[in-house]
Design a protein around this ligand. Sequence first.
Ligand SMILES: *Cc1c(COP(=O)(O)O)cnc(C)c1O
Length: 219
Amino acid sequence: MSIKENLNSLKNQIPEHITLVAVSKTKPLEDILQAYNAGHRVFGENKVQEMVDKFHSLPNDIKWHMIGHLQRNKVKYIAGFVDLIHGVDNLKLLKEINKQGLKNDRVINCLIQIKIATEDSKFGMSINEAKKLITSEEFKNLENISIKGVMGMATFTDDKDQIQSEFQSLEKGFNELKISLENINTISMGMSGDYNIAIDSGSTMIRVGSSIFGSRQYQ
Ligand SMILES: *Cc1c(COP(=O)(O)O)cnc(C)c1O
């Protein structure tokens, strides 16, 4: 099936209130343009340089989401255009995003990455750490960032019950943070292999790559 067909069949399967982030990392401009020409506008990348290059080469009404781990010293390269940063997991990074937001005269949307997987390799904070962060004095002074919600990745496993319970824990954590941050509305969870479980568990935003663009080849 073509990228356009993959995209349309995916959109037909998911409820309308779910935002679909088409994860285009490693994929060439032509592939992204196929999705763009099919009407899609929200794309996710996990590397700063790749996202910057694609931003400069593609139509400027694309909404670019940074879904990968973001290093503090690279925030400045994307601060002028990024639509949403999914992987914020510490105050220092948030302060840098705020600083670059101020320089670019914009408020940068962010999600707090919560660690829900049992694997060691996954980034993210605990819900308690996130609570501490958003209720701290320092956080209140950050006027050029806006926390929109949370992001999480489930353990890479075939065990659907485990994936489901991890996603449910993210939804529960989101509701706890909502007590302090009333305006949050986004739960970014679900990828090609698990977006159905994520949607059943309360996801509002899924990040899907290979089911749209085909499998990735890493060099
Ligand atoms: C690559 C990636 C995805 C998409 O993965 P697929 O399995 O190809 O859908 C989603 N989220 C993050 C954070 C990723 O790095």
